[in-house]
Design a protein around this ligand. Structure first.
Ligand SMILES: [Zn+2]
Length: 341
């Protein structure tokens, strides 16, 4: 009896253990949310190059020169497609100007390029490091292209603003900007003008210094007289002066006016209808600020007073006047004070 009783207790105990294991595993499948198979497919759905549903068309602006035009809007509109990218096709390789605002957009651009040439993408020239122009860089880097950028970009790359902006875009432009998106550092930094040739096409890079950002450059396709300017030329609106070396910016614009260009592709929006006028407009605006702020500093008038005294009527009617003008004027005031000291 004793033995039997012990045996039945054992069977009862064993039954309890087994049933608790069954119930336990049942509970696990019910309440543990991500089984292994699902985790893999979630990661895969966040692929580096999630497809984008935006219209992207290569437009020809010179014999070798093309561009795609981002749509008007804020940075997170149109799947982030708000900035332009240039594409120059030579008989030996393709040169890209600016890398668009997400890896997905850059990947789409690569597919578009493949429709018209089988040449490899060999270089990417970056006008400046701002999120809407650089998040596509990793796509070109993976294809083996050399990334060239102006001096000053490390001010951005090393800044807290750059990492918090990426975090914000991983949220606001998800899934096109995601945890696989990274800021690619350039292979080469230029601190002065440089010429180079790829196949049958020659190029001139002009380094502007700190203008719209901490470092800006432009690219001229010599053969086609097509100028890619990034964000330093604005047509029909008040420019945004992101930094303070307006003296050098002004000089560069003066040189640009003599380039005899056929087409000007800005960083945003359509090609300038009258390239020379766009350059002249930006130059005159900068000159106007510098003349007025220079006089004020000489006469020791403080900024608030001079800002009120200036007749802004030529600019007041233009878009972005309210948002940008006072800030621009103040930047110039400060930078000219520093130039004089
Ligand atoms: Zn931009």
């Amino acid at each position: 009896m004793k033995l039997k009783g012990t045996r039945s207790t054992f069977y009862l105990f064993a039954a309890m253990v087994i049933s608790s294991l069954v119930i336990g595993s049942y509970c696990k499948t019910q309440f543990v949310p991500v089984p292994a198979a699902d985790a893999t497919s979630t990661a895969e759905s966040k692929l580096k190059y999630a497809p984008v549903d935006v219209e992207m068309k290569l437009k020809k602006v010179g014999e070798h020169s093309w561009y795609v035009q981002g749509k008007a809007g804020i940075a997170t509109d149109n799947a982030g497609f708000i900035s332009n990218a240039g594409v120059i096709i030579t008989n030996e390789g393709v040169v890209i100007f600016d890398a668009l605002g997400t890896p997905s957009l850059a990947h789409t651009l690569v597919q578009k390029i493949k429709e018209i040439t089988d040449k490899p993408i060999v270089k990417v020239v970056v006008s400046h490091y701002h999120a809407d122009h650089i998040y596509g860089l990793q796509v070109f880097k993976e294809l083996g292209a050399e990334i060239i950028a102006p001096e000053g970009v490390y001010e951005y790359i090393d800044s807290d603003a750059a990492s918090s902006r990426l975090e914000e875009r991983q949220f606001s432009l998800e899934p096109w900007v995601n945890e696989n998106t990274k800021i690619i550092v350039p292979d080469r930094i230029l601190d002065k003008a440089e010429k180079f040739t790829v196949g049958d096409v020659s190029f001139s890079i002009e380094v502007i210094g700190s203008a719209h950002s901490d470092g800006d450059l432009t690219l001229l396709v010599d053969n086609d007289r097509v100028l890619y300017t990034g964000d330093i030329i604005f047509e029909g609106r008040i420019p945004f002066l992101g930094s303070n070396q307006t003296k050098h910016w002004l000089k560069t614009l003066q040189n640009m006016e003599s380039l005899k260009i056929q087409a000007l592709v800005p960083g945003h929006g359509p090609t300038a209808e009258r390239p020379l006028e766009s350059i002249t407009f930006t130059r005159e605006y900068l000159a106007f600020l510098r003349n007025n702020m220079g006089d004020a500093i000489e006469e020791m008038i403080d900024f608030d007073d001079i800002y009120k005294q200036i007749d802004w009527s030529d600019y007041k009617k233009l878009p972005a006047f309210e948002e940008a003008n006072r800030r621009n004027a103040f930047q110039v005031y400060l930078s000219m004070e520093a130039e004089g000291s």
